[in-house]
Design a protein around this ligand. Structure first.
Ligand SMILES: [Fe+2]
Length: 303
């Protein structure tokens, strides 16, 4: 089993130093999230939209997507990645069972976890752990790789690792299939903690190798393309979560253009995919932005 990154304690300090809300400290930030959450929930209740929003949020879909590449190693043709992001386990009762119902019979080769297992950080850690343990019982954990998000702590990474998941925190690993190899790198959070380190995550990847970057937030997409990644997978945006008809988000939660906020996208030489996520943040509600569990099939682009 992979160890958690040997520098994780250094990185934990680094995270604290670079925290976007460091002026308010940890408790200030927690208060901000809880206040914002209560306000949105109050507005939904007052406008009679609470039940509809929750029903939409629980209506998780399994979305199949094909991602094509010029240089995909032949051994990975038709390989499938199950990608689940933004669980926010403790926010919705029944979410864990719903996810299990959807994934238990899915066919896939690898599973990637995009972070944000919790919502309110440390105080609900037990619920997060219990939920992720139940979900992991239905995953091929020896083929599951994860990153942490802006709502997570290293404790979550250590716990997931104990379940058999390979956590990638500014590091990479090689994945082999039918005699071919690709590299999978994972970064720490680049949204609130600013501790995503693509250079460190790419260390040792041979030139010319096909490489995938797993990042909680998509906002480091320019750096990822510059570093030569072929495929960039992210979550974090929830696709807006509460949107106007047509999927126009009311709130934006990443410094990234709308075109990379959900679904399959292209930036110069790099293909990207941003999941709308399985769960909810702030309020247990969605409008015009369905939650998803994604299955991505990798294919060689036909000339
Ligand atoms: Fe999230």
């Amino acid at each position: 089993m992979n160890k958690i990154h040997p520098n994780r304690f250094y990185l934990e300090d680094y995270r604290k130093k670079h925290h976007r809300y460091s002026r308010d400290g940890f408790f200030g930030n927690l208060k901000r999230i809880r206040t914002w959450s209560s306000l949105i929930q109050f507005i939904l209740r007052a406008t009679g939209l609470e039940r509809r929003g929750l029903a939409n949020a629980m209506n998780i879909r399994v979305n199949q997507t094909v991602a094509e590449f010029d240089n995909l190693p032949s051994g990975f043709e038709n390989s499938r990645i199950l990608f689940i992001s933004d669980f926010h386990i403790e926010l919705m009762a029944g979410l864990v069972d719903k996810i299990i119902e959807l994934i238990k019979n899915l066919e896939y080769d690898y599973c990637f976890l995009g972070g944000d297992y919790s919502t309110f950080d440390k105080f609900d850690m037990d619920k997060t752990k219990q939920g992720m343990k139940k979900i992991a019982e239905h995953l091929k954990t020896n083929r599951t790789y994860g990153v942490i998000g802006n709502h997570d702590y290293y404790e979550t990474a250590v716990f997931l690792q104990s379940l058999g998941v390979t956590m990638l925190i500014n590091e990479n690993t090689v994945i082999e299939r039918d005699g071919a190899a690709i590299y999978l790198a994972g970064v720490d959070d680049g949204y609130i903690f600013d501790s995503a380190d693509i250079g460190r995550a790419s260390a040792g990847i041979p030139a010319g190798a096909f490489k995938i970057l797993l990042s909680h937030s998509p906002q480091i997409y320019r750096q990822a393309q510059k570093a030569g990644f072929n495929f960039f997978m992210a979550g974090h945006t929830h696709g807006g979560q509460i949107c106007l008809p047509g999927g126009i988000p009311l709130f934006k939660s990443a410094k990234a253009p709308g075109k990379i906020a959900k679904g399959l996208w292209q930036y110069k030489t790099m293909t990207g995919f941003t999941s709308t996520g399985a769960g909810c943040c702030n309020a247990a509600a969605r409008f015009f932005c369905p939650p998803e569990i994604a299955v991505l099939t990798l294919k060689m682009k036909k000339s």
